[in-house]
Design a protein around this ligand. Structure first.
Ligand code: ADP
Ligand code: ZN
Length: 217
């Protein structure tokens, strides 16, 4: 089974991905995580992506697709179940993914859309804090750490992602509505789109995702 977890920034793709990996043993591919790793490693891809990501734009289709291809290539021998998180994000990427799916002889992915209104997304993103050590996620509005700025789990320092500031957040949402949402129509036409209300707790959302998978796969 292959799945695309689709949703605006802040819809909970990362959280739900971790659960899907734990529950179904899928191989998680997050283009956002891969790009952030490339930036940390100061690789050429990272250099090209950094400024774009910091202002909330989309990295070029060709570059992210090459990245995707190389990650699938690393794992294809040992798995045939991928979870795509943050890809495809443009109509062009849908076409690219079709080609990649064929190249690697994978089954066509279904799309699970996490639906959350913009007002909630803005609070989720601007309030998000990540532990610098263990990557645990907190939110100053919805799920604050017991002690301000300190991780409940490992006592590491809490930080903000550079693109979680108010201006970049607005730009990411604008890009989402303009360029990414249209992707859904393509999967809708293929009968492969499942939409879930993702405003509830992470547990509730995971239960809904589970039902979709159990009913259809
Ligand atoms: P979010 O969905 O919360 O914005 P991600 O970690 O998925 O976070 O992505 C962060 C940034 O990485 C995006 O704003 C964009 O600049 C870049 N990015 C990630 N995936 C893609 C993609 N498929 N195409 C183009 N840019 C991407
Ligand atoms: Zn921690």
């Amino acid at each position: 089974m292959n799945l695309i977890l689709f949703g605006p920034p802040g819809s909970g793709k990362g959280t739900q991905s971790a659960r899907l990996v734990g529950h179904y043993g899928m191989t998680h591919i997050s283009t956002g995580d891969a790009l952030r790793a490339a930036i940390r490693n100061k690789s050429e891809i990272g250099m090209r992506a950094q400024a774009i990501m910091e202002r909330g734009g989309l990295v070029g289709d060709e570059l992210v697709t090459d990245l995707l291809r190389s990650i699938i290539g690393e794992h294809r021998d040992t798995t045939d179940s991928f979870l795509f998180d943050g890809y495809p994000r443009t109509r062009q990427q849908v076409m690219n993914l079709d080609q990649v799916i064929e190249e690697f002889n994978l089954s066509p992915p279904a799309v699970i859309q996490l639906d959350v209104p913009d007002e909630t997304l803005i609070l989720r993103l601007t309030g998000r804090r990540l532990c610098a050590h263990c990557r645990a996620v907190f939110n100053i509005y919805f799920s604050p750490a017991r002690q301000n700025g300190v991780c409940d789990i490992c006592a590491g320092p809490l930080m903000k992602r550079v693109d979680d500031n108010p201006e970049t957040t607005r730009e990411r949402l604008r890009v989402y509505h303009g360029q990414s949402r249209p992707v859904l129509e393509q999967y809708q036409e293929r009968g492969l789109l499942y939409t879930i209300d993702a405003t509830g707790s992470a547990d509730e959302v995971f239960r809904k995702i589970n039902s979709v998978i159990e009913e259809n796969y």
